[in-house]
Design a protein around this ligand. Structure first.
Ligand code: GLU
Length: 547
């Protein structure tokens, strides 16, 4: 077979050569050890936690090493493309602290290794496709859908592995005349790789997450170019990651199955193989067993979920770090005040089997993160969230900034800050009572006589002095307790509850309920300070009127 003639027949318009492309996209001048990596999503519009896990791994590896992180849009499947998906992806990842140095942006490309959208790279792929044909490493295949289906059926009936390989590779060695006849008839064709591999052969391969792998050679003549001239993922991966000078490929481990083919392809094209970082799936506990997080079943897979719940970005970031690197938590304990980016991230610490996602743990991490923020920061973030997801609450927060900040300052600072909030969504149930519109009518424990509660509240109103400090305030509550024959000795009460009609805790609860509408609220002395004497006593008076 005259491969030169075949190449000319298939790609008459390709005049560029691989050498020209090598020159156009030079080896990057970066310090030793710098990692060049990328995110290469298909623009399907759905950004999920897996993207973030991958993105964070890639981002850390690149930026920690003084390298480059770029964004390549894998839009070879036009059918799956959702308009605006690239923008959503860029914005969402940026929101979570992943910024690209290079690649596709809102307005075109940024960088000299582009185009960064695969459909715009058709000419580039064809240069290498032509080269492979010239070397006898690729050939056109004119099989119809029906022929391929019939082949599969036959293989299934014979209990053979399905696929286009060996004796089933119908167009592998067809004479050029047959090919010419098909081309003359304008029949569609795909370009296939001529695999010299054998499933009898195995070799060792080192993956940065999975460790040492034993790989079986590929013997399938996979498709390189589809009938529209657009490459398959495999071919585009090899060409793009070579020309974009990727040193590390960070991707999901669903690509392990075709890794043997990728290795073969890099070799055939004369490209240096990058290092691979195959990330396992995100799992969750379902009853007693683990399963992959699923787009259909688990709303928590979508990144929009965390935004709507109001998890601060920092909390999600910290949590992902916790599941990616098992030593992150220890580091965090030792370095509570450092930025997470100062942690030395290692892909080798990723769990090869995938990471377990635990919502309760995320909540814990988030509580910690929020507890360490100052009141101003909490206010800003909460306001931003509320304006988008609970505008009415947002308005209230915006209307009196100082008031909201003083509420959010409760229990903040000091060595053991309170951990009331895990999400911004929890803020309204927690602090809503400060706003009259959200104040609920208290429901008192029926065990206690209404007249008694009324007496307690009246007496409290009579004695309240806003200049009392917390201790003096509490002394007054204790005085009322004793006056109504309740005990202030909680220990004695616990030892023999029947001996007392009630305790100082009950008395405090009456007052708390009258002021906040709830049995559970932050420190009441502080709450009343923030509300002010007039508003606090007005609230109590209103409750008294119902008793
Ligand atoms: N487009 C591929 C995907 O979304 C990219 C895999 C890769 O990073 O190479 O799975």
């Amino acid at each position: 077979m005259d491969y030169q003639a075949l190449a000319q027949l298939l790609f008459p318009n390709v005049t560029d050569t691989p050498e020209m492309l090598e020159e156009k996209y030079p080896v990057r001048q970066l310090p030793e050890g710098a990692v060049v990596t990328r995110m290469a999503p298909s623009p399907t519009g759905f950004v999920h936690l897996g993207n973030l896990v991958q993105g964070l791994t890639a981002e850390r590896m690149a930026h920690q090493s003084g390298g480059v992180l770029f964004l390549r849009v894998e839009d070879t499947d036009a059918k799956r493309e959702v308009p605006g998906a690239v923008e959503v992806l860029i914005d969402t990842l940026k929101h979570y602290g992943i910024a690209f140095d290079e690649g596709a942006t809102h307005n075109g490309d940024n960088g000299i290794y582009g185009p960064y959208r695969q459909r715009q790279r058709a000419d580039i792929y064809h240069v290498y496709a032509k080269k492979l044909v010239e070397q006898g490493m690729a050939y056109p295949c004119f099989c119809t859908e029906q022929e391929l289906a019939a082949m599969r059926e036959k293989q299934e009936a014979n209990k053979e592995t399905t696929g286009y390989y060996g004796k089933y590779a119908m167009w592998r060695d067809r004479p050029i005349e047959d090919i010419k006849a098909q081309l003359d008839a304008d029949n569609p064709w795909v370009l296939r790789f001529r695999s010299e591999g054998s499933i009898e052969n195995q070799f060792k391969f080192d993956d940065l997450v999975k460790g040492k792998l034993t790989i079986t050679e590929n013997d399938v003549d996979h498709v390189l170019l589809k009938s529209d001239g657009i490459p398959t993922y495999h071919f585009a991966h090899a060409v793009d990651d070579h020309l974009m000078r990727t040193t590390h490929v960070v991707r999901g481990d669903e690509w392990l199955a075709t890794l043997p083919f990728h290795i073969q392809l890099f070799k055939a094209l004369g490209f240096k193989l990058p290092k691979y970082v195959h990330i396992g799936p995100l799992m969750k506990m379902d009853g007693t067993s683990k399963r992959k997080l699923s787009k259909r079943k688990d709303p928590e897979l979508a990144l929009t979920f965390y935004k709507a719940e109001g998890f601060p970005v920092k909390a999600v970031y910290e949590y992902i770090m916790t599941i990616l690197n098992s030593n992150f938590e220890d580091w965090r304990r030792a370095e509570p005040d450092k930025e997470a980016t100062e942690f030395k991230f290692s892909p080798k610490k990723l769990n090869p089997a995938g990471s377990l996602f635990d919502y309760a743990k995320l909540t814990d991490v988030s509580k910690n993160v929020i507890s360490k923020m100052d009141a101003e920061t909490v206010y800003e973030l909460l306001l931003e969230w509320a304006q988008e997801f609970d505008p009415e609450f947002g308005e209230k927060l915006a209307a009196d900034r100082a008031f909201a900040v003083s509420i959010l300052a409760i229990g903040r600072g000091g060595r053991k800050p309170r951990k009331d909030l895990a999400t911004w969504k929890e803020a309204k149930p927690y602090m809503g009572f400060f706003y009259d519109e959200y104040l609920e009518t208290p429901v008192f424990n029926e065990k206690f006589d209404k007249g008694l509660i009324r007496y307690v509240l009246e007496r409290f109103v009579g004695s309240y002095d806003p200049s009392d400090d917390s201790a003096a305030w509490f002394e007054k509550v204790k005085d009322i307790t004793t006056a109504i024959g309740f005990t202030t000795d909680m220990k004695a009460y616990k030892a023999d509850p029947a001996a007392y009609p009630g305790t100082v805790a009950d008395v405090s609860t009456f007052i708390r309920q009258a002021v906040t509408g709830k049995t559970n609220a932050p420190d009441l002395h502080t709450v009343m300070q923030i509300l002010g004497k007039e508003r606090s006593l007005e609230r109590i008076a209103k409750v008294i009127a119902t008793l």
